[in-house]
Structure formats: C-alpha cells, structure tokens
Design a protein around this ligand. Sequence first.
Ligand code: ADP
Length: 606
Amino acid sequence: MLPDEKNDQNNLTSPLQLEASQDISGAVDAGSACQKLTFWLQNLFPSNEVSILLVDPGSNRVGLFMRGGVLEEDLEATGQVLLDSVPEQVLSSGQVVLNSSVNAPSSSQVIVPLKCKEKVIGVVSLLSPAHRSGYEPFDIDLILSLASQAAASIETARLYKAEQEKLQVEEKLIQAERNLSAGLKPFELPAAILEQMAAVVPYERGSFLMREGHVLRIAAQRGFPKDERTQQLVIPLREGDVFFQIADSNRPVLIDDVTLAPGWTQVPWLAINHSWVGVPLFSKDRVVGMVSLTRREKGAFSQEDVLMATAFALQAAMALENAALYEEITRFNQQLEQMVQQRTEELNKALLALERMDKNKTDFINVAAHELRTPLTIMKGYLGMLQSNDTVKVTPLLVQALDGILKGTDRLHEIINSMLDVARIDNQVLNLKLEAVALPSIIKRVQSDFNTYLAERKQVLQLLDLDHLPLVQGDSLMLLKVFQNVIINAIKYTPDGGMITITGGRLQDEKIGDCVEISIQDTGIGIDPGQQEVIFEKFYSTGKVSLHSSGKSSFKGGGPGLGLAIARGIVLAHGGRIWVESVRYDEEACLGSCFHILLPLKSVIQ
Ligand code: ADP
C-alpha cells in the first residue's frame, strides 16, 4: 500500500470500518454478505482483487464462490479445484496466510478465514496489484475483523434459513395431517398419503406397499407407468431384503445407489432410480408395510428427507388407523340403526296387533252386553209378573225361589252394565254430565247402600273429616260408580270384622292443581307392589278364577275384574288420578290397602 493512501486509511479507518461493519452485519443472506464484504474490501484496498469462497457445513463442499463481487455459477466443475487451491491451514486451523509475489512479480496475496465462533465457514482472499507494498498487520486486522463480521452475518442468515425451513416443513406436515384427516375412506388414504408426502419429501417414484403374508402388495403409487403391470405389482419378500431390514429394526432404510446395494432386486420393467428410501408403516407397534420413494440421481435423499418421510409415515399410519376405526364405528352405527329400525317395526306390528285385539275385545264386550241385556230385561219383566201373581205370593217356596232368581238377574244386570261402562270408557264415549257434586253425600249413599254387606261381614265403615270438603265438578252418577267399586273391593278383600276408613282433604296437586283427595283405607289382605298398577287394567284379577264367588261382598270373592278399570276410566275422564298404596299382599298380617282418588275442583275436562 502507498504511504499517502495509508495516511488516508488511517484517518478513515475508524468511521469507515464502523460503517462497513454495520453494513455487513445487515446482510440477510450469504450472497449479500459476500457482496458487501467484497465492496468494502475493494473500497478500503482499491485495485485489490477480492475472492470469497464458502464451504458447506457438514459436506465440506464449496457452497459459494465469488470473485470481484460476481458469483461463480458452475460450482460442480470448479468446486474441488478451488478447495485444493486454499492453503490447508486457513481452512483447518483458521490462520491467515500471506503470500508475496503470487503470479505477478511484487504482488501480494492475503488469505483470511471467515470464522464464526471458532468455526471456519470459508475464506476471503485479497490480491494486491503488482508494485504495491504488502499487507501491514493493521490491514490484516481490519480484513479479519470485516471477515468475521461477514461470517457472523452468514451464520445468522443460515440459522435463520434453517429455522424457516424447519417451520415450513412443520407447516407442511400439519397441513398434510389436516388433509389426511379430512374424512377420507381407508381405501382412498394410501394415494392421498403419497400425494401429501411429495410436498414434504420430493421424489420421482413412490409406492405405498402393504405386507400380505410373503408379499408386498401395492396399495397406491405415484410416478409409475399407468398400466396393468403397476396395478398388479406384487413384490415377493425374501430373507434379508430391505423390507425385513425395516420391519426388524422399526427404522427407515436409505440407499444412495441401489445398483451397489447387495441383494437389491429391481422390477425389470421399471427404469432404475438410484436413490431409494423406505420408511416403515406401523399399525399398533407392528410394521405392516412401507412407503418406498425413489429418485433418479445417486445420493439424492438427505438424512433430513429420511427423517421427514419417517415422521410423515407415522402420521399417515395414524390417519389410516383413525380412518379404519371411523369406518368400523360408522358400520357399527349403521348396523345398530338397522337393528333399531327392525325392532321398531316389529314392535309397531306387535302394538298394532295388540291394539286390534284390544279393540276386538271391547267390541265383543259391547256386543255381548247389548245382546245379553235384552233377554235379561224380558226375564226381569216376567219375574215381576210372577211376583205379583196371587198363587205365587201365598207359596213360601215359590217366593223364596223367585227372590233368588231376581237377585241373580240383578247381579247379572250389574255385570252387564259394568261391561257397557268399560266399552264406553275404551271407546271414549263416556259423555259426562257435569255439575257441582258434593263427594261426602255420594260416599254416604254408598255407605247406606252397602250397609247390609257391612253387617254381613261384621265390618265398620267410618267416614272422617268429610263434611268440610268443597264441591267438585263432576258427573254424580259416574262418581257414584267409582266409590261403589272401590268400597265394595275394600269390603271384599278385608276379612270379617275389619275396618274401612274414608278420609278427605283439599290439596294442591302438581299436575291437577286445586283438588279434593279421598282416601279409602282398609285392613284387608293388601296388594303386592308389583300388582299395584296392573289391577287397574280391565279383566285383571289377582285371585284364582276358581275362587270367584257369585256373592258380591264375600271375602276374596273375585268379580269379572272390571271394577277398578271402570273407576280409573271415570276418574281420568274427570281429569283426576287414582292409585293404591299397600305394603304387600299378606293374608296373615292383613296390612291393608289405601286407595287414593284425586278430583279437581274446577273442571279440567275439554
Ligand atoms: P274384581 O272384580 O276382581 O274385584 P277389580 O277391578 O275391582 O276386579 O279389582 C281387581 C283386583 O284388584 C282384584 O281381583 C283384587 O285382587 C285386587 N284388589 C282390588 N281392591 C283391593 C283391596 N282393597 N284389597 C286387596 N286387593 C284388592
């Protein structure tokens, strides 16, 4: 360097160095860092030829070569020559090398390492023109300082780029996962997996192979010839081949050149692609297949590619399992739905049949009751005539016989009327005649009607707290039937000498609202909890038919099983409720039953 230049340099060193340093540290990639370094070195050392060479970390190949700020394009061809020309100590130990008289006489060259945190990532060379003095120590310090600034920028840019690439790959993986979980059917997945895989690890030919016994069968492919051979491709498995290497180690296998791989068998009609990577496909910790990817060139897949493909295959396997599970659940649901539909149809049919049978029963009761009533009325008419006959009147035996026949026909009449009532309730043609009804007077009437039965059975019927009860709206004749049926049951199912207590009260019911409750408590045989609902069905009778007695009030003298069905039908038609409470059926202990009847004060009948 010339003395006057050196003076200038001395004056400018600090501010220029500062500006250069700041400028270089602002570089965003290796190329611009090298360009800036070249620019400032040429500025500080005019007429010097500046060359920069960067070495790829890991591979030790030339990653960039720049001469006078211009990038060398064909690194493949020149790379090794360049590397060989760099003095060994600059790259290995990071020491500066100073050469005098290189090429032209009296020119000098200085080769300075690009060093960041003790790691040499390249070199920068300055060649002074001929007839210039060499590089002073402070020149070298300056070059070293700018070179390390550039190295720092390059490293930061590299790290940033690596981080960006990682993020992009993660983003691709997430996107691929999303695409794969978008409700695809299991048979659609292999092709989708190969397609998504291409976005993460570029390849030329890829196949999705599933193991079936001793062969690998192709489930999907990309880049294969579109003909039958591809569709029917089956690869026989042989001891020690790549699939077993993958399956035994649960790890991927990378081959840089398949033509050099021992035991490699090539499908004859497929062009040789030198680079191969196979990644395992897992199902419940077992390798069930593999994804095979190939590229034409040798050594085309990097370790990162293998990692990416493996990570992707793991996700793909999960997607496959999820899809299979989803399909299984969907199939199961469909089966279940079918079964439910079938059962519902069966139940509907059964319900229809039952309804039809019930209707037939009601129709029969109706017809039978009407048919029986006519001859009965005729019989009763003739019996009345006989009763008033003078000859009969004076013959005690005939009087007694007629009396018996009349009682029988009355009972028959009652039963026929009950059958008609049930038919009316079933057909919902009760036609209530509503009025204000005093329940106590109805109950008292039943009491007086049943006095004879009570006396026969030595039972007491007591009425408590009834007089203060408010009026209800109802059909007094119908309500009379309700209490007749419930009270006659209390007499029938209570042993001789028992007690029947009827109480009443006003209350607010959740469903009915303001209402009167009448409770009929007996000291009879009781009813099992399991029977307490069914006794209100028509024709239901807990006792044996053989025990049925024709006597209306005799102990356990079962009737036709209509009384409670009629009582419930009438109470419901009034908008009320009827139920029974009893500890259990027990003829020894006679714990009794209590029938409750709720009737609304205001009419709720539509
Ligand atoms: P039934 O004509 O048989 O009396 P109901 O419909 O009046 O028909 O009664 C049905 C069945 O309910 C009766 O057979 C009887 O077993 C049972 N039951 C009704 N009231 C009582 C009661 N107070 N105590 C015990 N069992 C009763």
